[in-house]
Design a protein around this ligand. Structure first.
Ligand SMILES: C[S@@+](CC[C@H](N)C(=O)[O-])C[C@H]1O[C@@H](n2cnc3c(N)ncnc32)[C@H](O)[C@@H]1O
Length: 286
């Protein structure tokens, strides 16, 4: 910081008012569904101050003017407000349930020449879709290769392009390998020089696309499995209800929906789903 750096009276680097917070909060909600209650006032300041600085602006009001006019900058600001925390095999009971109750039916279908489509709707940096891919392929590399060669695909989407760049690389700090069950880790990951890389076959199984869940979805086909975990917690009730309705529409009859541990299915969609485990739902076959 040099002598020319602007300071607000309350000691922050940039002037920032309750009106600025309200404007950012309204814009983020309108474009991403993410709710920013007043308790997030300082979080908004700390995440956006960096962008205000990078743009060489004097205050938040000027930055808000900019993001109103410039969709690319608005996207950067919204991405800065996302929380991308994730983990390999997070909420591992989902993967155990998938391997035990869902995978056998999917493998049978692939063996018979059918297709399997799965979707991680808030994929973040890729740990979740790669965990699902490992659970599908299983620990045996020979069987895994046969499955990967069948008509199977996993789609990973997220609002944030930055996290998807990490996901596509499939490289993680080596310490994260501890989150992967040993047998799957040995088959589908390699650790070298402090980096854990997921196997190319696993990477090829997952396609990543940027997608805002609030906008229109370009996918035409339905999915056998949808993971939409730990993103609805950031949305308000009407947004959550609309999203779950659309997820159920996008689910094939008999397909499975997995949501985060603190998320709930409410409204009309609940009538179209059967709870079959802890935050696991099956859509009734048509
Ligand atoms: C906490 S992470 C959850 C990652 C993973 N599903 C898990 O449970 O570990 C939430 C992700 O949701 C994404 N997100 C937030 N709002 C979104 C929206 N409107 N559309 C798509 N993704 C969104 C964020 O960018 C972030 O990567």
């Amino acid at each position: 910081m040099n002598d020319m750096t602007p300071r607000s009276f309350d000691g922050r680097e940039y002037p920032y008012t309750p009106q600025d917070f309200a404007a950012v909060s309204a814009m983020v909600h309108a474009h991403s569904g993410i709710c920013l209650p007043q308790t997030k006032t300082m979080l908004v300041y700390s995440r956006l101050a960096k962008l205000v600085r990078e743009r060489g602006l004097r205050d938040f009001a000027s930055y808000i003017d900019l993001i109103r006019r410039d969709p690319a900058e608005r996207q950067r600001a919204i991405e800065a407000m996302t929380t991308n925390h994730t983990k390999f095999f997070r909420e591992d009971h989902h993967f155990r349930q998938f391997e035990r109750d869902v995978r056998p039916g999917l493998i049978e279908r692939l063996d018979a020449g059918g297709k399997v489509r799965m979707w991680c709707a808030a994929a973040s940096t890729g740990e979740e879709p790669y965990s699902l891919a490992m659970s599908l392929l299983g620990p045996d590399p020979v069987e895994g290769r046969v499955i990967a060669g069948a008509d199977v695909a996993i789609l990973g989407t997220d609002l944030s392009g930055a996290v998807l760049d990490v996901a596509r690389r499939g490289h993680y700090p080596a310490a994260l390998s501890q989150d992967v069950p040993l047998d799957l880790r040995q088959t589908w990951t390699r650790v070298s020089g402090g980096t854990m890389a997921v196997a190319p076959m696993l990477r090829d199984l997952v396609r990543y696309r940027r997608l805002n869940l609030l906008n229109a979805w370009p996918m035409r086909g339905r999915f056998d499995v949808i993971f939409c975990r730990n993103v609805m917690i950031y949305f308000d009730e009407p947004t959550r209800e609309r999203l779950v309705q659309r997820l159920v529409d996008q689910l094939a009859p008999g397909g499975h929906l997995y949501i985060g541990h603190s998320e709930r299915i409410g409204g009309e969609a609940a009538r179209r789903l059967r709870a079959i485990g802890q935050t696991v739902y099956r859509k009734d076959a048509a």
